[in-house]
Design a protein around this ligand. Structure first.
Ligand SMILES: Cc1ncc(COP(=O)(O)O)c(C=O)c1O
Length: 402
């Protein structure tokens, strides 16, 4: 008998390609190769001291036990205040649940709402985890290619065409990983007009990069533009990217009570509440001094400007200026069909990424992981020196292609 011990729902999915790329870069480093890794999507800054101190204080003063399943009242109060202050949205404390990072928030939002066969519309390029999260929950990811000439954004006509009687949910991420594209209030309004014709469709907004904006603009929230969607929208966010708190694992979902309660039930039978000390740290982040955000964004902006300028000066490569997040999504269409010195033809963006890794020692993630090729993603959440070294190397090996 050759029956797999692994559940089919798990066999359907794969480990995150960005983690795989980071692992490969580390492996080559251990072998003694000089590797410039432009893979990871986490701030290279430390969590600000006042947040770390709040956690230390909380640990010394009893934050060592289970908390309410929804999260501590203090944290939910801080989230509610943030949503009111920054997004103009009003949520009661029982309409908010704290989760183990925004990743768990998206996963559990899907797990709580999908029936087998339900379709989830995912604009591509997308964050690598979305389709697999849908698949593992017996849903069907419906990816819609949003090409560069439309700013990598979903148009109302595309949304209308993608909706079927089986559509359960639209998953929208702005600013986006991997493109940095951010929807304007007008663009949201036009998408909301389509959604108005399809009242069964839920919306999940992944707002994790909302504060990483380069144009000085505030990221509009879909619900501030289209409040009529409130009863069918789950608004997801967290502290990971904004406050350099990826290791603390605090995200949240805000939404109508019945859906929040469903997520609460699910989490109460799986993960339980999230870390008590991290909840205290997240509350301190949301309630405290916010100047850290502007300082980080200024650094990201400088890196974006210099790196994009370098990319756009390399014959065969180009990239749009991202509105936000900390990535460049680099178009490598002109490298496809070229050959390496060893005579290997580059056929896919995975070949391009592999070429950059093997010949230049630069690790990037191929666009195929994000559902739109031929591109590769560069993370700018690293020092300007590392980025410039990466650009020098990429420039050199791209010039060697014939
Ligand atoms: C679009 C998007 N959503 C969610 C997350 C996960 O955030 P967290 O670390 O809070 O789980 C990431 C992390 O890379 C992301 O890029």
């Amino acid at each position: 008998m050759n029956q797999s011990r692994i559940a089919p729902r798990v066999s359907r999915i794969k480990p995150s390609p960005s983690t795989a790329a980071a692992d490969r870069a580390n492996e080559l480093r251990r072998e003694g190769k000089s590797i410039v890794s432009l893979v990871v999507g986490e701030p290279d800054f430390d969590t600000p001291p006042h947040i770390r101190q709040a956690a230390a204080y909380a640990i010394e003063h009893g934050a060592t036990r289970y908390t309410a399943m929804l999260g501590t009242p203090e944290l939910r109060q801080a989230i509610a205040a943030k949503l009111a202050r920054e997004n103009g949205l009003t949520y009661a404390l029982n309409e908010i649940i704290a989760t183990n990072g925004a990743k768990s928030a998206v996963y559990n939002a899907l797990a709580a709402t999908l029936e087998p066969g339900d379709e989830v519309i995912i604009p591509a390029p997308y964050w690598v985890s979305y389709p697999d999260m849908v698949l593992v929950n017996d849903g069907v990811p419906v990816t819609v290619a949003c090409p560069e000439h439309q700013g990598f954004k979903l148009t109302p006509a595309q949304l209308e065409a993608a909706i079927t009687p089986k559509t359960r949910c639209l998953l929208i991420n702005s600013p986006s990983n991997p493109t940095g594209a951010a929807y304007t209030a007008e663009e949201y309004l036009a998408l909301a007009e389509v959604l108005a014709r399809h009242p069964r469709v839920l919306v999940i907004t992944d707002d994790i990069y909302e504060h990483i904006r380069f144009d000085g603009k505030q990221t509009p929230h879909l619900l501030a533009v289209a409040p009529e969607l409130r009863d069918r929208t789950l608004a997801i966010n967290g502290v990971s990217k904004t406050y350099a708190m990826t290791g603390w694992r605090i995200g949240w979902v805000a939404g109508p009570r019945d859906l929040i309660q469903a997520i609460e039930t699910l989490l109460s039978q799986s993960a339980g509440n999230c870390c008590a000390a991290s909840q205290a740290a997240a509350a301190a982040a949301l309630n405290g001094e916010q100047s850290f955000i502007g300082e980080c964004v200024a650094k990201y902006r400088q890196r974006r400007d210099r790196t994009a300028q370098r990319i756009n000066a390399i014959p065969g490569l180009s990239c749009l200026m991202p509105d936000g997040a900390f990535y460049l999504y680099v178009n490598c269409a002109k490298l496809i069909g070229k050959s390496t010195r060893e005579g290997k033809r580059l056929v896919t963006d995975e070949d391009v990424a592999m070429y950059l890794l093997e010949h230049a020692g630069v690790a990037v993630v191929a666009g195929s992981a994000y559902g739109l090729s031929p591109y590769f993603r560069i993370s700018i959440a690293t020092s300007i020196e590392t980025l410039m070294e990466g650009m020098d190397r990429i420039e050199r090996v791209v010039a060697e292609l014939a």
